[in-house]
Design a protein around this ligand. Structure first.
Ligand SMILES: *[C@@H]1O[C@H](CO)[C@@H](O)[C@H](O)[C@H]1NC(C)=O
Ligand SMILES: *[C@@H]1O[C@H](CO)[C@@H](O)[C@H](O)[C@H]1NC(C)=O
Ligand SMILES: *[C@@H]1O[C@H](CO)[C@@H](O)[C@H](O)[C@H]1NC(C)=O
Length: 183
């Protein structure tokens, strides 16, 4: 009886572990970590490029911008280098904005305040494709357009998970049967 319960618990843990593996797919990166999204002080103008270099971004990850009295504007490369918001792709000013990295390639963000942008409040994030593991991907311009289609999860890992689920179910049923027979 006790061993049946133990078996059940073990199976449940295995089940949770496989769920954790799936949840890994989309991580949330808080931009700037503790600093958040704000005009960097003094000689700290490289703070957001250093932050981006410390992280590896993949398709389906997302960025969380936290800020006060400011804004975050997604722009093209030209807008990024000129701190010019005249052609925004997406603009937020709600203080807590989440942006989904839904394709490989570069994403450019600047503050809506042009002096903030010029003082270093701007960010380039280079997103790797699903199948590019921890290596550096080439600039997205070199990627063929069909590469931008959202990649589906690797079929092999999906199959492994469903096999695991089936075996968990089988063992759970067997456990229930044991419990019924012994009572
Ligand atoms: C700026 O640079 C000076 C000299 O290099 C240094 O003493 C100071 O701590 C720096 N300030 C910040 C905010 O990093
Ligand atoms: C917010 O921005 C406005 C306009 O730029 C400014 O007058 C105000 O002092 C700012 N408030 C804070 C808390 O920074
Ligand atoms: C931004 O660029 C446009 C041209 O695309 C220009 O008319 C405008 O003056 C620029 N704004 C700033 C603040 O430089």
């Amino acid at each position: 009886m006790a061993s049946a319960v133990g078996l059940f618990c073990t199976c449940f843990l295995v089940f949770l572990a496989s769920m954790n593996g799936l949840a890994d797919a989309g991580r949330v990166f808080k931009v700037g970590d503790e600093l958040g999204w704000q005009e960097p002080g003094g000689n700290n103008t490289a703070v957001y490029s250093q932050w981006a270099e410390r992280n590896r971004f993949q398709v389906e990850d997302s960025l969380l911008f936290e800020y006060k009295n400011d804004s975050v504007i997604q722009v093209d490369k030209w807008g990024y280098y000129h701190c010019n918001t005249s052609k925004p792709i997406v603009a937020f000013n709600n203080g807590r904005s989440t942006f989904n990295l839904d394709r490989p390639g570069p994403f450019y963000f600047i503050s809506g305040a042009s002096d903030h942008c010029r003082n270093g409040q701007r960010l380039i994030v280079e997103v790797m494709g699903m199948h590019h593991q921890r290596s550096h991907s080439p600039p997205s311009i070199a990627n063929p357009p069909e590469y931008n289609l959202a990649p589906s999860p690797q079929p092999s890992s999906g199959a492994v998970v469903s096999v695991r689920l089936v075996s968990v179910l089988v063992v759970v049923l067997a456990t229930l049967e044991t419990l019924l027979l012994s009572s």
